[in-house]
Design a protein around this ligand. Structure first.
Ligand code: DO4
Ligand code: MG
Length: 285
């Protein structure tokens, strides 16, 4: 079962239940207009199942603008959760290489703040590459939607845009490599009612297009994430409260070859088999 946040014309954002290939049920007719409060429902999937059988207004997906599925949630990320990420980062950095090696095996994961919700870009909106960076990549990641009680209520697609030259120069520059204008994209759908075991069977794919042709293609599986989902969420919620819930990006397992950098005009297309496809044109910021 999938949810989305959408808008028709200049109206305020609404919540939709994706019914089949091209249609969404408008939950605002039931007074549901915020994902944040919906995520607090006990037995969310069952309640959505009941709503799916009601005669609610419907819209074609082609008639709405899909928005990032985030409202007041802070967006955080974990890193070095895939072997591929650890290896690539050790190679790109000279004197910080052991930090990646150590964190991959340490009990405590790497966790970092990624974005304020209002800075997240949605499906079809541009992601940014920094004008002072020379080596930029998208990071295709499964993202957890977590409620205020620390329960994973859904999954979406995240793009943790990163400047590899800035991170590689000095690990203390990580916030600059990770947090800047248009550096985080989320969407288009939130898949709910799925167990960790099922999510681990999902395939993640990245395709980067330049002038209409694919210049990079890669894939991995959610099952390659080294740590359990519960472990990641437990660390995020340690000594912290998230009254509106949080979004957690779970790390990348796809890294383009070292000679590759994104360019303005490229399109990054991230597919996660259980969620959908998040497509983002690239601009310099
Ligand atoms: O260690 C730096 C960031 C790691 C990351 O973003 C990832 O592994 O996806
Ligand atoms: Mg990442």
């Amino acid at each position: 079962m999938k949810l989305c946040r959408f808008q028709i014309g200049p109206s305020r954002p609404r919540i939709g239940l994706v019914r089949d290939q091209g249609t969404i049920l408008d939950l605002s007719a039931e007074g549901i207009d915020q994902l944040t409060s919906l995520f607090e429902f006990e037995g969310l999937a069952a309640q959505l199942g009941a709503l799916a059988n009601q005669s609610l207004p419907q819209h074609s997906l082609t008639d709405v603008k899909l928005l990032a599925p985030v409202e007041q949630q802070e967006v955080w990320a974990v890193g070095v959760t895939y072997l591929r990420s650890k290896k690539a980062r050790m190679e790109e950095s000279d004197f910080s290489a052991t930090a990646y090696d150590k964190v991959y095996d340490a009990p405590r994961p790497e966790l970092f703040f990624k974005s304020m919700p209002e800075k997240v870009v949605g499906p079809g909106e541009a992601v940014g590459i920094r004008r002072d960076a020379t080596w930029n990549v998208p990071e295709p990641e499964l993202a957890f939607l977590i409620n205020s009680r620390g329960h994973i209520v859904g999954y979406t697609i995240g793009n943790d845009m990163s400047s590899r030259d800035i991170e590689g120069e000095n690990l203390l520059y990580l916030p600059q490599a990770k947090i800047y204008e248009r550096s985080c994209a989320l969407g288009p759908f939130v898949t709910v009612g799925v167990s960790e075991a099922e999510a681990r069977t999902w395939k993640i794919e990245l395709e980067i297009q330049r002038a209409g042709a694919a210049v990079f293609k890669g894939e991995t599986s959610v099952g390659q994430i080294k740590r359990t989902f519960a472990e990641l969420v437990e660390y995020l919620f340690r000594s912290q409260k998230f009254p509106h819930g949080a979004v957690l990006l779970t790390g990348t397992g796809i890294v383009p070859p070292d000679g590759f950098t994104l360019a303005s005009g490229d399109v990054a297309r991230i597919g996660i088999s259980g969620v959908g496809t998040l497509e983002s044109p690239v601009v310099v910021v």
